[in-house]
Design a protein around this ligand. Sequence first.
Ligand code: HEC
Length: 244
Amino acid sequence: MTSKIFKTALPDLPLSEKLLYTGYLLTIGLGLLMAGAQILLTHGMADGKLGLSVDDIVYSYHGNRKGTTLEAKLNGSMKNNAPAPVRLEIIKWARKGAPESEWNDKIKPYFERYCVMCHNAQSALPDFTKLENIQKQAQPDQGVSFTALTRVSHIHLFGISFIFMLMGLIFVRAVGIPEIIKGLLLITPFAFLILDVISWWLTKIWPGFAWVTIIGGFGYTLASTYMLFTSLYQMWFLKSDSER
Ligand code: HEC
């Protein structure tokens, strides 16, 4: 059953409208895949290992407060830039709070040999020829800042709800799905989207909430994938009313 406004069911739509919706749904589908890949490559790498885990979420939002950014990087994306014993020395020094007393004789030569060819005043990276810039990286890793979190949260809520709305306006014309189930499917992505964003804030404060982020992401991905495929299927493979 479809409502008065959306009274034309998916299989009965004129060709032009089917093509319009199909173009949109395919583009959104590709977008979903890209979003998945991006999550794996950014958050997924937060703990230094490929693949998304609860630790990744904790490190991204709450930070790794036992360690410092310097340590996290030396065990993560900077791992190949210095041999293990050198990395260990730098990490030990960072854990002590990066004291100046050990800088000149001991630590500075390491940075000169292994780091400053990339991290210097000419590069866009933090300039490691200056001790103070290294000390900033040796602060406990606090994860994402509240400022960044508000920015990402509102972009996410506005942007993604728009996608779900348009997708919903197409799926609402589906046939053969009980009204209550259809309604639940339509509201699910929004519910999980809100849950997802709330979970970032909770994880920022209490790392124990990281798993809610994963559930939220899975929830709306599943619901929207189902609606996407059902809509495409009904438009192109279900017989229209006149033939039914
Ligand atoms: C081959 C060039 C290169 C070398 C050598 C290098 N880095 Fe980096 N470093 C980068 C790039 C590119 C980034 C930014 C991408 C990233 O964070 O992985 C970065 C980022 C970092 C960051 C994070 C900066 C931030 O603001 O988030 C730290 C800390 C760091 N490097 C430490 C080191 C240390 C310590 C060494 C020496 C053992 C080192 N790097 C050697 C290229 C290099």
